[in-house]
Design a protein around this ligand. Structure first.
Ligand code: PGA
Length: 249
């Protein structure tokens, strides 16, 4: 059985006071037990978030990591540092990092490996641009992004990944993929995973991301191959984030 995961990606948003708001909401409204929920906050908030959520089931995530453990890498953060703050998840290959910060497939693979070496669960983000969808290249692009990582991992390592399908045209645009569009792609991703290992497709948690909100989450999460969500904008509002977690339960 795959446990549903709702991961809120704050991106470069949020504040210390928003962490306090989440903590007080959690004290009043516990998360559904059958759902794993995580908040992926900017680095400076990890310390406060770890303290605020330590007695709750809400897990912590980071938005990227460097492949080196330490050294002359101004502005970067390493896996051992994330370990010190109880981080469980780390985003790898988010489309914003691919487009704006030059994350190549090679760099993404390096980040996945270092995350796994340090006991962090990488959430590998894949997805096509609007231009690629219109050119009917969606599956070619998405599967190439999956293969660029999975073909280089051992079976054991493959099983530790979470994959998030995030069509780039749906991110932050309010234009969600329809549940059918998301399901179609994610069913193909799952079928593709079986080529690596018979049980891999059944085992991996697949998330949908791209304008998921309290209003559309239930319909998306009802699809058989959508196990959870990677939620951007809506994860900045406690009511919306908790409502999405309830929909996954
Ligand atoms: P969005 O972002 O929910 O604001 O579209 C999702 C993401 O980029 O992970």
């Amino acid at each position: 059985m795959r446990t549903p995961l709702i991961a809120g990606n704050w991106k470069m948003n949020g504040s210390r006071s928003l962490i306090d708001t989440f903590a007080s909401t959690l004290a009043a409204t516990p998360l559904p037990e059958q759902v794993e929920a995580a908040l992926i906050v900017p680095f400076p908030y990890l310390d406060a978030a770890q303290r605020a959520f330590q007695s709750t089931s809400l897990k912590l995530g980071a938005q990227t990591l460097n492949t080196e453990a330490s050294g002359a890498h101004t502005g970067e953060v390493s896996a051992p540092m994330l370990n010190e703050f109880g981080v469980c998840y780390v985003l790898v290959g988010h489309s914003e990092r691919r487009a704006l910060y030059g994350d190549t497939d090679e760099a993404i693979l390096g980040r996945v490996n270092v995350a796994l070496d340090h006991g962090l669960t990488p959430i590998l983000c894949v997805g096509e641009t609007l231009k690629e969808r219109e050119a009917e290249r969606t599956m070619a692009v998405v599967l190439a992004q999956v293969d660029a990582v999975l073909t280089h991992l051992s079976r054991d390592a493959q099983k530790k990944l979470v994959i998030a399908y995030e069509p780039v045209w749906a991110i932050g645009t309010g234009r969600t993929a329809t549940p059918e569009q998301a399901q179609d792609v994610m069913a193909e991703v799952r079928a593709h995973l079986a080529r690596f290992d018979d049980t891999l497709g059944e085992e991996l948690v697949l998330l949908y991301g791209g304008s998921m909100n309290a209003g559309n989450a239930a319909e998306l999460l009802a699809k058989p191959d959508i196990d959870g969500g990677l939620v951007g904008g809506a994860s900045l509002k406690t009511d919306d984030f908790f409502a999405i977690c309830q929909s996954a339960g």
